[in-house]
Write a protein that binds this ligand. Structure first.
Ligand SMILES: Cc1cc2nc3c(=O)[nH]c(=O)nc-3n(C[C@H](O)[C@H](O)[C@H](O)COP(=O)(O)OP(=O)(O)OC[C@H]3O[C@@H](n4cnc5c(N)ncnc54)[C@H](O)[C@@H]3O)c2cc1C
Length: 306
């Protein structure tokens, strides 16, 4: 990276910029090469200045939340990786009216912690998110969901910040799909989700806790503990489950280098230790080929690539 660009980056971002920073430590897969620069922005003002600068200089950038749905390539990223700092962690509860309550969240909040706080307050709608790692911003981009619930069902507004400034988008005008925000590219594509407003309903706290406990028990029973992964690797095809198709193809336990199809849940590709992104990508293609041969179904990754 040009020394003048490095210097300006260090001037714009208050926290020290990390140069040639390995990204493995920033992903739940624990895989990935270095980013040329990793910059944690303090607040919206700093983010706006950074995006404007990166836009002017055409330096590539990408934002990551907790990296829990991300496979970072072994070559790393030639550009700037942006992380959201403490100025993006606000959580404010509006007054409850007619059984509904608005919750304003910074995009850097932990989704699981947010769900826990809301449940403690007797608010329903986020029980599904109790065990989903990652940030609120990442969850909006992914339309994270489980057990029939998803972010799209509770979002009221999304605030995005792009090179052209900030926009508050109403849920009614947004098109969310299964594990995706379909029309995000139309709203700047490479913009950053900085805040979200959710609308949750008031409910009996005991009922909420009971529902949440049942979901957590199912999650614990179904997911492989203790190995790097990014959750479900493939999207479920219509009227079927990716895990079922992979298991039926006899692929549980299949290995490529340090990457393996989990013995516990076939839709989890896990890092058994020392896996490279190339291992995971080769395993991914092997799974897609075998499932296509067996069932004619093309599995589409849910995981994003960087
Ligand atoms: C053990 C485990 C269990 C999981 N279970 C589930 C589950 O049940 N359901 C489910 O839906 N997912 C699940 N996931 C996947 C993952 O946790 C979710 O997709 C989560 O919402 C991703 O959030 P993140 O902050 O980690 O996003 P990241 O992985 O960091 O990023 C995901 C994508 O969003 C973009 N992005 C992140 N933040 C922003 C932002 N503020 N503005 C714009 N773009 C942004 C990134 O560039 C990337 O393209 C699981 C993952 C793991 C490891």
């Amino acid at each position: 990276m040009d020394p003048a660009i490095r210097e300006e980056l260090s001037r714009i971002v208050t926290a020290p910029v990390q140069w040639d920073c390995p990204l493995a430590g920033y992903t739940s897969f624990a895989i990935g090469g270095p980013a040329e620069a990793l910059a944690k922005v303090r607040d919206r003002r700093e983010l706006a200045a950074l995006l404007a600068f990166l836009g002017r200089t055409r330096v590539p950038w990408r934002i990551i939340g907790r990296g829990t749905n991300l496979l970072v390539r072994d070559e790393g990223f030639a550009g700037v990786i942006i992380l959201l700092g403490n100025g993006f962690r606000q959580m404010e509860f509006g007054r409850c009216r007619a059984g509904s309550c608005m919750v304003a969240l910074g995009a850097g909040c932990s989704l699981a912690k947010t769900a826990a706080v809301c449940m403690d307050r007797g608010l329903t709608g986020l029980e599904f998110a109790g065990g989903i790692p990652g940030t609120v911003g990442g969850a909006v981009i992914m339309n994270a969901g489980a057990w029939g619930g998803d972010m799209a069902a509770v979002i009221r507004t999304v605030t995005v910040l792009g090179p052209e400034g900030e926009r508050v988008l109403c849920r009614d005008s947004l098109d969310f799909g299964y594990r995706c925000w379909r029309d995000f590219p139309e709203f700047g594509g490479r913009a950053v989700v900085v805040a979200v407003e959710l609308e949750l309903k008031v409910d009996d706290p005991q009922e909420i806790r009971r529902r949440h406990a049942a979901m957590q028990a199912r999650r614990r029973a179904g997911q492989p503990p203790g190995q790097g992964n990014a959750g479900s690797f493939f999207k479920n095809p219509a009227d079927d489950a990716a895990g079922r198709l992979i298991e039926a193809a006899g692929l549980k336990g299949t290995r490529v280098g340090g990457a393996m199809v989990s013995e516990r849940h076939a839709n989890f590709l896990v890092n058994t230790g020392g896996a490279t992104a190339a291992d995971v990508l080769t395993l991914m293609r092997l799974v897609q080929d075998k499932v296509r041969q067996d069932s004619g179904i093309e599995l589409e990754p849910e995981v994003h690539f960087l």
